[in-house]
Design a protein around this ligand. Structure first.
Ligand SMILES: C[S@@+](CC[C@H](N)C(=O)[O-])C[C@H]1O[C@@H](n2cnc3c(N)ncnc32)[C@H](O)[C@@H]1O
Length: 325
């Protein structure tokens, strides 16, 4: 990826959070109320995707598009799980927070009072970070005093060395957020990053999402003409979002515990984003209905009618948290 290119995937996921933050039912509303203001004018974002176009629509209308409903759900699960993990880490004594591949991440701003005693570092590629800083200045009048922006490319820079040059202390109990990043980074850089996390004092930890290798293989090798018409359109739009940031890395299926152990980390919990557990925990309203359910069920029924096959849930997209023992 060219150094000057803004991450389109960071826009896509922040749009999913921004729309989810408009949900009227607070029990299933995405807590990221800053996603929308940080993104700013949707027409200036340079990404044509239903999730970005949906920013200009009323919530109910936006949620009628299956790709919007899907990204809103996935982001709701991610944001809520990560918010909970962060609160637990600070309550457990973490004094540093490092947000890796930060994009439009808003934890440093939404959790200012929780994080007051801690140091916070946002790590990202230079161009995306420069845009983020501009937006933070415009929306919030500048970053909180405890936040440091650290430009890093995981593929080319020495993360521990650059962080340390920016005032980071590897001897402190530290919590890491690695949200929506592992798939974009080669295996060796993912391993190096996780080994770095694993080298921290006991009680340090990380929350991160990942895909299984089968998903990378499917996305890389599937020929569009082998898919149904609606699936072709979806895959074409998704590949367009990933144009500058291809998916590279997936964990071997079911091997997350072993993969983490090799990096000095103990898996606390992992579950499928969009699987039953995640839907029950984060996406289900008091009356038992789920955010986006009607739209997604209708789209699945259309797809199954088209293909004559019952859709299998792959469970290949996971979220996890892990600790240094
Ligand atoms: C899908 S976005 C996720 C952004 C943010 N974490 C979130 O969940 O909203 C991917 C992020 O990873 C960053 N990224 C991808 N590859 C990277 C690399 N090699 N070095 C540093 N950052 C990278 C992108 O710049 C972008 O901010």
């Amino acid at each position: 990826m060219k150094a000057t290119v803004i991450s389109r995937t960071s826009i896509y996921v922040a749009a999913g959070r921004a729309i989810g933050a408009r949900e009227p039912d607070t029990s299933v509303r995405n807590p990221d109320y800053l996603a929308e203001p940080l993104l700013g004018d949707p027409s200036a974002l340079g990404l044509d995707h239903p999730a970005v176009r949906a920013l200009t629509l009323p919530y109910d209308q936006a949620m009628q598009h299956v790709e919007v409903a899907n990204i809103v759900r996935a982001m709701l699960i991610r944001t809520r799980f990560i918010d909970e993990a962060l609160e637990r880490a600070v309550a457990g004594g973490a004094t540093q927070l490092v947000i890796l591949g930060a994009g439009f991440d808003s934890h440093a701003y939404r959790f200012q009072s929780l994080l007051k005693p801690a140091k916070v570092f946002e790590v990202d590629r230079l161009a995306t970070q420069a845009l983020k800083k501009q937006r933070v200045d415009a929306v919030l009048g500048g970053p909180p005093a405890n936040l440091t922006y650290v430009p890093v490319d995981f593929q080319h820079d020495d993360l521990p060395a650059v962080l340390t040059r920016h005032g980071y202390d590897p001897g402190q109990r530290t919590f890491f957020i690695l949200e929506g990043v592992t798939m974009y980074v080669p295996e060796e850089s993912v391993r190096a990053t996780l080994r770095f996390v694993g080298s921290h004092p006991a009680g340090s930890g990380i929350v991160f999402d990942f895909v299984y290798r089968t998903m990378i293989d499917w996305l890389t090798n599937t020929e569009p003409h082998t898919l149904s018409r609606p699936a072709q359109a979806f895959v074409a739009r998704f590949r367009n979002v990933l144009k500058d940031e291809p998916w590279l890395f997936g964990v071997p299926v079911g091997q997350e515990r072993e993969f983490l152990a090799e990096c000095g980390l103990v898996l606390r919990e992992a579950f499928t984003i969009g699987g039953d557990e995640s839907l029950k925990r984060y996406v289900t309203k008091a009356d038992g209905t789920q955010v986006g359910a009607e739209t997604i069920a209708a789209a699945m029924a259309r797809l199954e009618q088209h293909t004559g096959r019952t859709r299998r849930r792959l469970g290949a997209y996971q979220i996890a948290d892990a600790v240094v023992a």
